[in-house]
Design a protein around this ligand. Structure first.
Ligand code: HXC
Length: 517
C-alpha cells in the first residue's frame, strides 16, 4: 500500500471511529431507551444525502479529573449543514453517547461555528438537544461555552429562524438556549427541561417531584407554556421540524416559500353561513372555521395545549404562509387572559419578524375578570398582545365573527392598531361592552326605583343589543372595511392578502422597543 493510500485509509478509519460517537455500548443504551442517536436524528431531519459534517476531528482539551483519557473524535455534538426540501439549514445535534452529551468548551465552539455560518448565509439553525448540561469537569470553561451560544441565540433572534428540539435531558442553565429560540419541540416521556433537577428541588424546598412532573413535555406544553409542540418521539419531532420550516422564510429579509395550491381560491363554504349559534352564550368550534377557509384545511397549530382559549398556528392561503390567531369560543368562551395574551403576543411577533402576514379571527367577550388575573399582571400581559399587533408591519387581515367587546376588541388587531383589512360577519357584535354589563351600569338606578327591576333590565338589554350588538355601527365609521358573507370568507381573505402583498410600512427608528415584559 502506498503511503498516500495508507493516509486515506487512516482518514476513513478516523471517520468510522468518529461516527461511532461514545461507542457501540452507549449507542445500544440510547436505542434501548427508544431514542435515536444524534447522527440518526440528523439523517431523519435533512434531505437524503445532503448532510455535510463539520469539525469531525475536534476533541476536548480538558485534563481535569483524568479527562485526558476520555476523548472522542468530534466530542459530544455533531454539527454541519444540509437541506430540508432543498433549502439550506444549519444544525447541531448533541450526542448523548459521548459523556452524556455534556457541553465542553470545544463543543460550544463547534455549535457557535454553525450558528455564525447560519447568520452569514441567512439560513435557519436547528438544535437537537440531548445533554446532561455543562460538562462538570470543565468548570467555568463550559459555562463560558454556554454563554457564547446564548449570545448568538440573542443576536440571531428575529434574523434567522431558530428551532430547538429536546430529545433527552436539558437541564440547568442549558435550558436558556432553547428558551431564546423561536420554537421548542419536546417528546413525551423522552424530554426533560428544568433549571434545577428533582434532587436539588427536594433539598431546597422539600418538595418531592419526579423529572416528568417537574419538566416533562406535558408540563411545559400545558402549564408553563415553555414548549410550543409536543410529539410522541424524536422521529415525529423531526418530521414536525421539516413541516414547520415549510412555512418559514430562510431569514428576515426573505419571504416565506410559496407552495403549489390546488384548492380553489373562490371556494364557498355554506356551512359558515350557519355556524354561529342563535344563543350568544353557545359556543362553536373555531377550528371548523379555520379548516373551512385555509388551503385544504392544513393547519399547523402552535402551542396547542396551552391557553386553549386562543388558537395560533400556520396555514396557507393560495399557497402563501400566514399566521392565524383566533379566539376559541369553545374554551373559556374565548376570553383573553394572561396565558392567551402571552401565547398570541409571541406568535404575532414571530410572524412579524419573519414577514408572515397575520389573519385574525375574532370572537372575544373581553378580558377575564378577577383577582387571579389582576394579581398575575393581566394588564402587563394583555399589553404584550396589544403591543405586538400595534408594532407589526406585516399585512394584517381581521375578520370578526361574533363578539368583539371593549379592550379585547382593540387588542385583537382592530383598525386603529393598523389593521389593514378589517371585515365582519353580519353576526358580529362590536361594542364597548356586552348588553348585560352595559345595562347594569347605565340603568341600575332606574331598575332599583322600579317595581320590577328584572323587567327593566331585560328590556333595556334588548334595546342595547339591538342598537349596538351588530357590525354596522363600526362599519358606519369605517372601522370595519366591509361586512362579508361568512361562506365567502376564504375568497375575501385571499383577495385582501393579494392586495396587501406589496405593503410597505416602517416603524420609527429606535435602538429597540420596550414592550411590556
Ligand atoms: C459530565 C456527565 C454530565 C455532566 C452526564 N454525564 N452529565 N459528565 N458532566 N453534566 C456523564 C455521566 O457521568 C455518564 O458518564 C454519562 O454522561 C451518561 O450519564 P448517565 O448518568 O449514565 O445517564 P442517565 O442515567 O441517562 O442520566 C442522565 C442524566 C444524569 C439525568 C442527565 O447524567 C445527570 O443527572 N447528569 C447531570 C445533570 C446536571 O446536573 N447537569 C447540570 C450541570 S450544571 P459515564 O462515563 O459513566 O458513561 C449546568 C449549568 C449550565 O448545566 C449553566 C449554563 C449557563
Amino acid at each position: 500500500m502506498s503511503s498516500q493510500s495508507e493516509k486515506v485509509r487512516e482518514l476513513i478509519d478516523n471517520r468510522e471511529q468518529a461516527r461511532l460517537g461514545g461507542g457501540e455500548k452507549a449507542i445500544e443504551k440510547q436505542h434501548a431507551q427508544g431514542k435515536h442517536t444524534a447522527r440518526e436524528r440528523i439523517e431523519m431531519l435533512v434531505d437524503e444525502g445532503s448532510f455535510e459534517e463539520l469539525d469531525m476531528f475536534v476533541e476536548h482539551r480538558c485534563t481535569n479529573f483524568g479527562m485526558e483519557k476520555k476523548r472522542f473524535l468530534g466530542d459530544g455534538v455533531i454539527t454541519g449543514y444540509g437541506t430540508v426540501e432543498g433549502r439550506l439549514v444549519y444544525l447541531f445535534a448533541q450526542d448523548f453517547t459521548v459523556i452524556g452529551g455534556s457541553l465542553s468548551e470545544t463543543m460550544a465552539k463547534k455549535i457557535c461555528k454553525v450558528m455564525d455560518l447560519a447568520m452569514q448565509m441567512g439560513a435557519p439553525v436547528i438544535g437537537l438537544n440531548d445533554s446532561g448540561g455543562a460538562r462538570i469537569q470543565e468548570g467555568v470553561n463550559a459555562l463560558a461555552g454556554y454563554s457564547e451560544i446564548f449570545q448568538r441565540n440573542i443576536l440571531a433572534s428575529g434574523v434567522i429562524p431558530q428551532i430547538s428540539a429536546i430529545f433527552g435531558p436539558c437541564a440547568g442553565g442549558a435550558v436558556y438556549s432553547p428558551a431564546l429560540t423561536d420554537f421548542i419541540i419536546m417528546a413525551r416521556g423522552m424530554s426533560y427541561m428544568f433549571l434545577t433537577g428533582p434532587k436539588v428541588v427536594k433539598t431546597v424546598t422539600g418538595e418531592d417531584v419526579t423529572q416528568e412532573q417537574l419538566g416533562g413535555a406535558e408540563v411545559h406544553a400545558t402549564r408553563s407554556g415553555v414548549t410550543q409542540f409536543v410529539v410522541d418521539d424524536d422521529k415525529s419531532g423531526l418530521e414536525l421540524v421539516r413541516k414547520l420550516l415549510g412555512f418559514l422564510p430562510q431569514n428576515n429579509l426573505e419571504e416565506p416559500p410559496i407552495h403549489e395550491n390546488d384548492d380553489p381560491i373562490d371556494r364557498l363554504d355554506d356551512s359558515l353561513n350557519e355556524i354561529i349559534p342563535d344563543s350568544p352564550n353557545k359556543p362553536y368550534d373555531m377550528f371548523e372555521v379555520i379548516g373551512a377557509v385555509i388551503d385544504k384545511g392544513e393547519f399547523l397549530e402552535v402551542h396547542a395545549d396551552f391557553a386553549k382559549n386562543i388558537i395560533v398556528g400556520f396555514a396557507r392561503f393560495n399557497g402563501r404562509s400566514v399566521g392565524i390567531v383566533a379566539n376559541q369560543p369553545k374554551s373559556l368562551a374565548g376570553v383573553l387572559d394572561i396565558n392567551a395574551s402571552r401565547k398570541a403576543a409571541r406568535f404575532v411577533r414571530f410572524c412579524d419578524a419573519f414577514n408572515i402576514p397575520l389573519v385574525t379571527l375574532v370572537d372575544v367577550p373581553g378580558f377575564l375578570p378577577g383577582t387571579g388575573q389582576e394579581y398575575g399582571g393581566v394588564i402587563t400581559h394583555g399589553a404584550k398582545l396589544l403591543y405586538a399587533y400595534g408594532e407589526a408591519t406585516v399585512p394584517k387581515v381581521t375578520v370578526t365573527l361574533r363578539k368583539s367587546y371593549g379592550g379585547a376588541h382593540i387588542v385583537m388587531s382592530c383598525k386603529q392598531l393598523r389593521g389593514d383589512m378589517n371585515y365582519a360577519w353580519p353576526t358580529a357584535e362590536i361594542a364597548v361592552m356586552g348588553g348585560a354589563g352595559a345595562v347594569e351600569v347605565l340603568y341600575a338606578k332606574e331598575a332599583k326605583e322600579s317595581d320590577d327591576p328584572t323587567k327593566v333590565l331585560t328590556e333595556r338589554e334588548a334595546e342595547y343589543t339591538k342598537a349596538f350588538a351588530n357590525p354596522y355601527n363600526a362599519a358606519k365609521y369605517g372601522y370595519i372595511d366591509d361586512v362579508i358573507e361568512p361562506r365567502n370568507t376564504r375568497f375575501r381573505i385571499i383577495r385582501a392578502l393579494q392586495q396587501l402583498s406589496t405593503k410597505k410600512q416602517v416603524n420609527p427608528p429606535k435602538k429597540h422597543d420596550n414592550l411590556p415584559l
